[in-house]
Design a protein around this ligand. Sequence first.
Ligand code: FMN
Length: 197
Amino acid sequence: MIAGRRTVRRFLADPVPDAIVADMIRAATRAPSAHNRQPWRFHVVSDTEGKARLAKAMGDKLRADRTRDGDDGEVIRQDVERSSARINGAPTLIAVCLTLDDMDTYPDERRNDAELLMAVQSTAMAAQILLLKAQAEDLGACWMCAPLFCAETVKAALDLPVSWRPQGLILLGWPDEPGRVRERKPLADIVTGLKLS
Ligand SMILES: Cc1cc2nc3c(=O)[nH]c(=O)nc-3n(C[C@H](O)[C@H](O)[C@H](O)COP(=O)(O)O)c2cc1C
C-alpha cells in the first residue's frame, strides 16, 4: 500500500463526504505526539466561496512576494494562476496547523525551539496519516507547503484562532489523474549501518 501512494494534483468535481474527512482526521489523531500534547489542528474548507477567498488571498501574497523579489511578471502570473487553480479545483481543503498552547515552555530559546520542532514533527506525522488514509479511501491528495510562506494570510482568510500556525494545505478529492511515480533515492545513498543485499 505504501508504495502506491503518490501525490495527486487534479481532481474530479465530486464532493468528498464530511464523514470520510472526519474519519481521516480521526485516524490522523492516532499519530504519536510529543508528551501526547496533540498539537495538531485542522480546518476544513469545502465551500466554493471559502476556497476562492483563500486562493485569492494566497495568490495576492505570492504575487507581492515575487514582485518584491524582482521576478518576471509573466512567470509570477502563471505561478499565481497555477496555485489558485489547484486550490479552487480541489473539492476539499484541509489546512493543517499546529498550536503551542499545550506544549512546554522554557526560559531559554534553545529548549523552546525544541518544543516547536516537536510540535512540527508531531503535526507532520498526523498529516502523513491523512495522506495514507486518503489513499486507503481511493482519494487523491496533495500536500501544499505554501501556507508556511504566508501563515498570517491563511489565518486571516480562514479566520483561524490566534494560536494556530498553518503548516500546510492538503488538497483532497477523487483523482482526475493517477499521479506521477516519482523515483526514490536508493537505500545505499540514504542509509548507513545496515548491510544491504
Ligand atoms: C513538506 C512538503 C511540501 C510540499 N509542497 C508541495 C507544494 O507546494 N506543491 C505541490 O504540488 N506538491 C508539494 N509537495 C508534494 C511533493 O512534491 C511530492 O510529495 C514529491 O514530489 C514526491 O511525490 P509523491 O508524493 O507522489 O511520492 C510537498 C510535499 C511535502 C512533504
